[in-house]
Design a protein around this ligand. Structure first.
Ligand code: URA
Length: 432
């Protein structure tokens, strides 16, 4: 078999065989296929697509390119994955809610890149919190307290690490078969019985239209089910950031507020929806009953208790969760005032994510370091009325020189107008 023939076949819009896909995945892992050849095939896939059968094979070969986790002894287990967004801290609320309802959460998460945040960075902003623990300790923790969230182990789906790095620099991220296989290979290798997906749609998401988001959700749910996992997806808005806090420590503070019964309404609604789906699938019960259990876990403080148990088990200082005022604040806070009166018609999620990255909350390259205290608090959300001079948001950073470009980027994200906007619904659909 020959990689040039495989590239040409996809260039000519033909479907690849199982043997050809296996040859490709094996070749990138062993290094027998050069980066430029892999990149050429990725671009051909990006332009000409893959059939559902090809996508399923690619996912399977990637999932088995490294270690896989066996969680059968801990059943029912659940995992959750968002396709990436701004202010999306749902995992840190959904996982403790589900765990408080008896569903074991053994979750591996990623770091933020570009304008999107990552769960692992957020957790590491809690002093002492360890995101790298041995597989044994990880499984033992789930057995003991029902919840652990850790960084992906080095050898979990090594094929995705190689392909994702190439896609990131070759303009081939936005492809439904490539995103579906990247996400689902990691979910399959991580071993949970239930996989709940949150497919984001809008300006801050990879999928810009509801139709694309539905296609991606359907592709991933199909792969999960074909592999014997109970899989479902919500399609949710990412035209504006989720909740009010963006940036690592700030998002942890919003998580704590939500687990204490407060927090922004959109964030709470989405977390309850995702948690209810997980509980319903894991426990084989009606969605309505699952929702009541989720609401009760939040209301009673049991979800907050689970979160604290996880923080303690992974070495984090629980005093910060009990008293968020202990978190170190950024040296500089810069309010952004409304230049005119009117309704906030748009707070473009991607540009707001870029603003947070400029302030130091995100990274452009994986090796960049981040400023945990940096970020944004939105005082007003899309649809609200503001009078000229009202504070719309406050920018936080430890790098004073970043304030001017960040403020400029933030203002470019904002549209204020005379009429109340038609906001897209938060939950736009479901794929079961
Ligand atoms: N998240 C992933 O893990 N992979 C993608 O391709 C896109 C988002």
């Amino acid at each position: 078999m020959n990689i040039i023939e495989i590239i040409e076949k996809k260039k000519n819009k033909q479907a690849l065989s199982e043997a050809e896909i296996a040859f490709f995945v094996d070749g990138i892992c062993t290094g027998s296929i050069a980066d430029y050849q892999a990149s050429a095939l990725l671009m051909a896939i990006c332009l000409n697509g893959m059939t559902a059968a090809e996508t399923a094979i690619l996912t399977d070969k990637m999932a088995h390119s490294g270690d896989t986790l066996d969680l059968t002894a801990l059943s029912p287990t659940a995992d959750k994955h968002s396709t990436g967004g701004v202010g999306d801290k749902t995992s840190l609320i959904v996982a403790p809610i589900a765990a408080a309802c008896g569903v074991n959460i053994a979750k591996m998460s990623g770091r933020g890149l570009g304008h999107t945040g990552g769960t692992i960075d957020k957790l590491e902003s809690i002093p002492g919190f360890r995101t790298t623990i041995s597989e044994n300790d990880f499984l033992e923790q789930v057995k003991n307290i029902g919840i652990a969230i850790v960084a992906q182990s080095k050898n979990l789906v090594p094929a995705d690490k190689i392909l994702y790095a190439l896609r990131d620099v070759t303009g081939t991220v936005e492809s439904i078969p490539l995103i579906a296989s990247s996400i689902m290979s990691k979910k399959l290798a991580a071993g949970a019985d239930v996989i709940e997906l949150d497919v984001k749609v809008g300006s801050g998401a990879f999928m810009k239209t509801p139709q694309e988001a539905r296609e991606l959700a359907a592709a991933m749910v199909d792969i999960g089910k074909k592999n014997g996992r109970k899989t479902a997806a919500l399609i949710t808005d990412m035209d504006e950031p989720l909740g009010t806090h963006i940036g690592n420590t700030l998002e942890i503070k919003e998580v704590i507020a939500t687990l204490n019964g407060g927090g922004a309404e959109d964030l709470r609604t989405l977390c309850l929806g995702l948690a209810a789906n997980i509980i319903a699938l894991a426990e084989n019960i009606e969605k309505e009953s699952a929702r009541r259990l989720a609401e009760e876990a939040l209301r009673s403080g049991k979800a907050l208790e689970k979160f604290k148990q996880m923080v303690a088990a992974q070495g984090g200082n629980v005093r910060y969760i009990e008293n968020p005022a202990l978190f170190e604040e950024a040296a500089f806070a810069h309010p952004i005032a409304a230049s005119q009166s009117g309704y906030i018609q748009k707070t473009d999620a991607q540009r707001i994510g870029e603003t947070a990255a400029l302030l130091g909350a995100g990274r452009q390259k994986m090796e960049d370091s981040i400023d945990f205290a940096a970020g944004i608090i939105l005082e007003k959300k899309c649809g609200e009325y503001v009078a000229a001079g009202d504070t719309i948001a406050t920018l936080y950073t430890n790098q004073k020189e970043s304030l001017a470009p960040a403020a400029e980027r933030f203002l470019s994200a904002l549209t204020i107008g005379k009429t109340s906007p038609q906001k897209p619904p938060l939950i736009q659909g479901e794929v079961l």
